[in-house]
Design a protein around this ligand. Structure first.
Ligand code: ATP
Ligand code: MG
Length: 570
C-alpha cells in the first residue's frame, strides 16, 4: 500500500479525553474516530488491524469446525420475553419500536436468536453437535462507556454457540473452543491468562475468561504462585480461618470513638491492627428488611458473592442512611452486631476470631472485646470477601497474587437455560424429544485490538505484534524528490516485496525523515527499510526493527530483506 493513498491522519498531541494509552494511541495513530459516547468509526488504517484479527479468529474457528453465520443485529422483543431477559437486561439493552409499534432491541448478545435459528433447522441428534459463530456488531448501553474501544457501547464481538445431546459432548466442544481461544491469543503474541469466572447475567454452570494482562486492566485476577489456580477476583473463593476459635479473653467494653468513621481511623485511634477490627455493611434483604454483613476490617466486600446468598436482594442494594438509622439507631461508621435486630451474615474469615473491635450501634462509639456466641448469637458464616494477596490458594497449593487483566474472551457452559426457555428440542436415537445442552463463547474483537496496544507500546507509539500489525514493513525514502535513483529503488523494492508476499507500506508522501519515521513508529510498523542515495551506493540499506533502539543494515536485495524480517516467501 502506498501511504499517500491511505488517508493517514496522525497527530502528535495526546487527546485530552483519552485516559488510557491504547485509546490515546489509537486516536493519535488515526485508527479510530469518535462519533459519540462509546461510538467509533474504524479508519482505513484501523481496518487493516481489525481484518487481521478477524482472519486469525476465523482460521481457528474453522480448525474446530465452527461454522460462520450472520444473525440480525436487530432482534424482536418476543424472543427475549420467552427467555425472561427482556426485563432482566435492564438499561444495558437499547430498545426500539418499529412503525407498527412492535418492540425490538439492538442485540447485546445472541443466545435467543441463535436458539431460534437452530430450532428451525435442527430436528435430529444426527445434526449435533453443532457450533456456529458470527463476527458482528453488538450494542450495550454501558453505564460508563470509556477507554475508547475497551468499553464501547457499539463494539465488535465474535460470538459462538454450540448445541449438544449431553453435557459430556458440551464439555468436548467447550475444551476445543478454549484451545482455539488460547491459540488465537498466542498467534497474536499476547501475554494472557485463563481464569475461572462468574457467569453473570448469561447464566449457566461453568465459565472461564481469557484476560490479556495489562496494568490498566479493569479486572483483578487472583492467580496462585504455584499450582494452577486462577480466578477473576469476582469469582475467587476464599478459605475460612483455620484452627479452633480462641476463647474470649476480654470483656465487652464500650469506648468512645468520636469522629472515627473508617477502619483505618479506628485502628489508629485504638492502636490496634485492622485485622483485629470488624466492619459492618448493611444491604437490603429479599424480604425488605436490611441484613448486616460483617467483614474483617482489612477485607473488602465481594458484591457478587453477597448477592448470590439466599436472603440478599440481587442486584446488591446498599441500605440508605434512613433505613440504617431506623434499624440500628446509629449511622454507618458505628454499626455492629451487638443487639442488632436484623439478620447477621459474617464472612468466614471471622469464624476464628475473638476479642474483636466492632461498632456499638451508637454514633461515635465502638465495642472492644467482642466475641461471637457470647456477645451475639453465632451468625450465619459465608464467603463474602474479596481474596487478597498472600491468601492461601483455595486449592491448597501456593498463595495468591493479584494481576490486572483485560477480559477479551469468555467461554460458558450454559446448560439448557435457553434451549428450554425457547422450546428447542431434538429427537434422540430412540425418537424421544431431548432439550439440547448449549455453550456460548464470546470474544471481544475490537477490544482485543485495544488490549494488544495496552500490552505492546513504548513512548514513540504502538509496537504491534507481527501477526496483527497494519503493515509488516515500511519503505522510507530519503529525499526522493531530489533523487530518481531513490524513487526507482523504492518502486522496485515495493513491487518486489509485494510479489514476495510481504505486507509492505511504501511511504511515498514526500515527508522529511523526522515526521516520516515518527509516523511509522506511532503506527507501530514492525520493520523499516530506509532508502537513501548513500545506502544505494553501498548496496546496504538501513534497517530497523520497531522494538530495537539501534539501526541495523540489510543488503539491497528482496531475499535478504525477507530473511531479515523472518518472512518465508510465498
Ligand atoms: P465486561 O465484564 O467487560 O463488561 P462482559 O462479561 O459483560 O464484559 P461478555 O458478555 O462476556 O462481556 O462478552 C464477551 C466479550 O465481549 C467480552 O469478553 C469482551 O471481550 C467483549 N465486550 C463486552 N462488553 C464490551 C464493551 N462494552 N466494549 C468492548 N468489548 C466488550
Ligand atoms: Mg464476560
Amino acid at each position: 500500500m502506498r501511504l499517500s493513498r491511505l488517508a493517514l491522519a496522525t497527530t502528535k498531541e495526546t487527546p485530552a479525553d483519552a485516559e488510557i494509552v491504547s485509546h490515546q494511541l489509537m486516536l493519535r495513530a488515526g485508527m479510530i474516530r469518535r462519533l459519540g459516547a462509546g461510538l467509533y468509526t474504524w479508519t482505513p488504517l484501523g481496518m487493516r488491524v481489525l481484518r487481521k484479527v478477524e482472519a486469525i479468529i476465523r482460521a481457528e474457528m474453522a480448525a474446530i469446525d465452527a461454522l460462520e453465520i450472520l444473525m440480525p443485529a436487530v432482534q424482536p422483543a418476543e424472543l427475549w420475553e420467552q427467555s425472561g431477559r427482556w426485563e432482566a437486561m435492564g438499561g444495558l439493552m437499547l430498545r426500539m419500536t418499529d412503525r407498527a409499534e412492535r418492540d425490538y432491541c439492538f442485540g447485546p448478545t445472541h443466545e435467543e436468536v441463535v436458539t431460534d435459528y437452530v430450532k428451525r433447522d435442527v430436528r435430529s441428534y444426527k445434526q449435533l453437535p453443532l457450533t456456529v459463530y458470527q463476527i458482528q456488531t453488538k450494542f450495550r448501553d454501558e453505564i460508563r462507556p470509556r477507554f475508547g474501544l475497551m468499553r464501547a457501547r457499539e463494539f465488535i464481538m465474535k460470538d459462538a454457540y454450540s448445541f449438544h445431546m449431553d453435557t459430556a459432548d458440551l464439555d468436548t466442544t467447550y475444551q476445543a473452543m478454549r484451545g482455539a481461544y488460547a491459540r488465537i491469543l498466542e498467534t497474536m503474541g499476547l501475554d494472557y491468562r485463563v481464569v475461572a469466572a462468574d457467569s453473570g447475567a448469561i447464566g449457566g454452570a461453568k465459565s472461564e475468561e481469557f484476560h490479556v494482562l495489562a496494568g490498566s486492566g479493569e479486572d483483578e485476577l487472583a492467580v496462585a504462585n504455584t499450582g494452577g489456580y486462577a480466578a477473576n477476583i469476582e469469582a475467587a473463593v476464599t478459605q475460612a480461618g483455620a484452627g479452633p476459635r480462641p476463647a474470649p479473653g476480654a470483656a465487652l467494653k464500650k469506648i468512645e470513638t468520636p469522629g472515627v468513621s473508617t477502619i483505618a481511623g479506628l485502628a489508629a485511634h485504638l492502636d490496634v491492627a485492622e485485622t483485629e477490627t470488624a466492619k459492618a455493611i448493611v444491604v437490603m434483604g429479599t424480604e425488605g428488611a436490611p441484613v448486616l454483613l460483617m467483614l474483617r476490617g482489612d477485607h473488602t466486600l465481594n458484591t457478587i458473592k453477597a448477592e448470590q446468598l439466599e436472603g440478599i436482594a440481587a442486584p446488591l442494594q446498599m441500605a440508605d442512611e434512613a433505613t440504617i438509622r431506623a434499624h440500628f439507631g446509629a449511622g454507618p461508621g458505628s454499626l455492629g452486631p451487638v443487639n442488632a435486630k436484623v439478620e447477621v451474615i459474617a464472612d468466614h474469615a471471622l469464624t476464628h476470631t475473638a476479642d474483636m473491635v466492632v461498632g456499638a450501634n451508637y454514633d461515635g462509639a465502638h465495642f472492644t472485646g467482642f466475641n461471637w456466641g457470647r456477645d451475639h448469637p453465632e451468625p450465619r458464616f459465608a464467603d463474602l470477601r474479596n481474596i487478597v494477596v498472600g491468601d492461601a490458594s483455595p486449592d491448597g497449593q501456593g498463595t495468591i497474587e493479584i494481576l490486572r487483566g483485560i477480559e477479551v474472551g469468555h467461554v460458558f457452559q450454559l446448560g439448557d437455560k435457553y434451549s428450554r426457555a425457547l422450546g428447542l428440542t431434538v429427537l434422540d436415537e430412540s425418537g424421544k424429544e431431548v432439550v439440547p445442552e448449549m455453550g456460548c463463547y464470546g470474544f471481544g474483537v475490537s477490544r482485543v485490538v485495544a488490549a494488544a496496544i495496552e500490552q505492546c507500546h513504548d513512548e514513540a507509539g504502538i509496537v504491534w505484534p507481527a501477526a496483527i500489525a497494519p503493515f509488516t514493513l515500511v519503505i522510507a525514502p530519503i529525499k526522493a524528490d531530489k533523487s530518481a535513483a531513490v524513487r526507482e529503488a523504492c518502486e522496485a523494492l515495493y513491487t518486489g516485496l509485494k510479489a514476495a508476499g510481504v505486507d509492505v507500506a511504501y511511504d511515498d508522501r514526500g515527508l522529511r525523515p523526522g515526521p516520516m519515521f515518527a509516523d511509522a513508529e506511532l503506527i507501530g510498523i514492525p520493520h523499516r527499510i530506509v532508502v537513501s542515495e548513500r545506502g544505494l551506493a553501498s548496496g546496504m540499506l538501513e534497517y530497523k526493527a520497531r522494538q530495537d533502539s539501534a539501526n541495523d543494515e540489510v543488503a539491497h536485495d528482496i531475499a535478504a530483506i525477507c530473511d531479515k524480517i523472518g518472512h518465508s516467501r510465498s
